[in-house]
Design a protein around this ligand. Sequence first.
Ligand code: PEP
Ligand code: MN
Length: 359
Amino acid sequence: MDIALSRDPLSAWRIRPGELPVIAGPCSAESRDQLMRTASGLAACKIHVLRAGIWKPRTRPGAFEGMGTQALAWLKDAGRSIGKPVTVEVASAEHVRDALEHEIDMLWIGARTTANPIVVTSIAEALRGVDIPVMVKNPINPDIGLWLGALERFANAGICRLAAIHRGFSTENTGKYRNEPIWRIPLELKRRLPALPLICDPSHITGSADLLLAVAQNALDLLFDGLMIETHCDPSAALSDAQQQITPAQLSALLGRLARRDPSNGSDEYRAQVSSLRHELDEIDDSLIRLLASRMATARKIARVQKRNNVAMYQPDRWKETLRNRSREGEEQGLDRTFMMQLYELIHEEALRQKEDAK
Ligand code: PEP
Ligand code: MN
């Protein structure tokens, strides 16, 4: 389906020519004072939209679940105090009603909500006939269909100022990111909907303040159109996502260090392509390393069972069979036989060393 998008989906952001579109503000609205202090710090930063979560979808019960409707007026006032539009996450038709009553300027759909077509439909229906920008975060699982489907549901309800936010995907991995960025998915979305602005949320991707700059730069290298970065007047005291929030001063420094790419420049397009492929390689290497570590851990478990049963750790027949099977399987995948043999010699050598050490 073709989505009818406005010619300038980011018009409500009031971006001056050449500026990088940025949404900033706390993970959660905690008090009027926290929002006012954060906003006044942000007044000195090149940002366009003030954000805050009011109703917080927490993975486990018992965590801080947001201040609720009362905080909408605080957010609106904080935005007015610095002359910026404000945005909140809505996860139900009631949230939409409350947000519209408080003249919230734009809405975003959280990752958990995007994954639920029934809820998305009820939010979209609540917005029928309302002209408000809606930003749709990727679903928590890496499924482009759900992301596209949510955007289509809003488009069907007449919302034409849409944007997509990449906040990473929830995977089983224990890598360095809280939510794995899978860049090819937002890039594929952009290929299918070229007029759709792509925003990157490095805060929820990294889960950690010290990784924000690198991921934000990756996003700009891939020609993303803007950023959403969680910012708090006192990050260490934040009631949610404390580790990933930065102060307005830190945000200013981060924005100052980002290099912009010019999409009209052919060589930048080349760079974006190479950069996307390199990110894919990095992700694959990351998985390879984790798989190797987990293979070694299993070898150590085997060693413990063997020791308990007084069995030798090196079993020549098993090793011959492994080597034969792996090099055949590698060949079937187009990998060189000698390369496979050498690789497995190395893996086996290290596994034996680790088995010796296993207690
Ligand atoms: C948020 O932006 O604070 C949030 C809860 O995000 P996500 O839906 O990406 O988890
Ligand atoms: Mn958050």
